[in-house]
Design a protein around this ligand. Structure first.
Ligand code: A3P
Length: 296
């Protein structure tokens, strides 16, 4: 067990003040130097905010809702994770990107100030998905329990404080969400909310489609909404992360896709209020209230 712990559970090292896995920190210069193609699309999120969901919607949009085409490989192969450096022999994000032809859907958890300058210089489309702090934190906690490459989460009450102090991998949720929000107009970032996708997935799929200057038929949009429901993605081996083997992801501790959560924009029965889009204020004010309650 000791040898396994030593190989996995990589410690965090600050990169320009942001704690990142040491394997990522060691090669950060090569990550910063990455040159995307102008056709590449970047999906940026704080970990556990709805990355996989957004990636799946994008892949289906780019493939005209073709379910079979989007089952060609598991999510991390179809849509490489820019900065990830897994333990060998799993290829790094940069290695996978080299082997993938543009247009690529590239995932990152880097805060906006650490995103390689090439994305802004090439004017790539960038989609940021934010999730309320409480569900994001709980999801991250279960993920850190099951993902053996991240530092040991420890007891939940200590974990909440690490989250609030920005000490978890990829840093502060607050700064992450706030800084992308502040940059969204100048950098032409599409800012979406997990809670909005839950409340009205069709509306959000259409927003993403418009941002990509695409126009698909109602039938295709409906199919994409259906294929990206929680249930269908959980059952799809190409989107549910069952591809990541033990002992890296230990799904006996917690599955990657746990359950449908219900928070902002939803009544207790899970039905939407129909209020339309969340705002950053909604997300942070309601999140803070919940976090205060949890820590009290
Ligand atoms: P939970 O841990 O709350 O279940 P990420 O992809 O950023 O790692 O985020 C994973 C979280 O998004 C998990 O949250 C997962 O269940 C949720 N998720 C993934 N696909 C989803 C979908 N189609 N609908 C709702 N939630 C989804």
């Amino acid at each position: 067990v000791k040898a396994r712990d030593h190989m996995l559970r990589f410690p965090l090292v600050p990169v320009k003040g942001v704690p990142l896995m040491n394997l990522i920190a060691n090669v950060f210069d090569s990550i910063s130097a990455f040159r995307p193609d102008p056709s590449d699309i970047l999906v940026a999120t704080y970990p556990k905010a709805g990355t996989t969901w957004t990636q799946e919607i994008l892949d289906l949009l780019l493939h005209n809702g073709n379910a079979e085409a989007c089952k060609r490989a598991p999510t991390p192969v179809r849509s490489p994770f820019l900065e990830i450096v897994p333990p060998p022999p799993i290829p790094s994000g940069l290695e996978l990107l080299e082997k993938t032809d543009p247009p690529r859907i590239i995932k990152t958890h880097l805060p906006v100030q650490l995103v390689p300058a090439g994305f802004w210089e090439e004017k790539c489309k960038v989609i940021y998905c934010a999730r309320n702090a409480k569900d994001n934190l709980v999801s991250y906690y279960f993920f850190d329990l099951m993902n053996q490459t991240q530092p040991e989460p420890g007891p939940f009450d200590g974990y909440i404080h690490k989250f609030m102090q920005g000490k978890l991998a990829w840093g502060s949720w607050y700064d992450h969400v706030k800084d992308y929000w502040a940059a969204r107009e100048k950098k032409n970032i599409l800012f979406i909310f997990y809670e909005d996708m839950k409340e009205n997935p069709r509306r959000e799929v259409e927003r993403i489609m418009r941002y990509l200057n695409m126009s698909l038929s109602d039938e295709v949009i409906n199919r994409i909404v259906d294929l990206t429901s929680f249930k269908n993605m959980k059952e799809n081996p190409m989107s549910n992360y069952s591809c990541v083997p033990m002992p890296v992801f230990d799904e006996t501790i917690s599955p990657f896709m746990r359950k449908v959560t219900s928070f902002i924009g939803c009544d207790q029965d899970g039905q939407g209020h129909g209020h339309g889009r969340s705002s950053l204020k909604d997300l942070t004010v309601k999140s803070s209230k919940v976090l205060v309650l949890i820590t009290a």
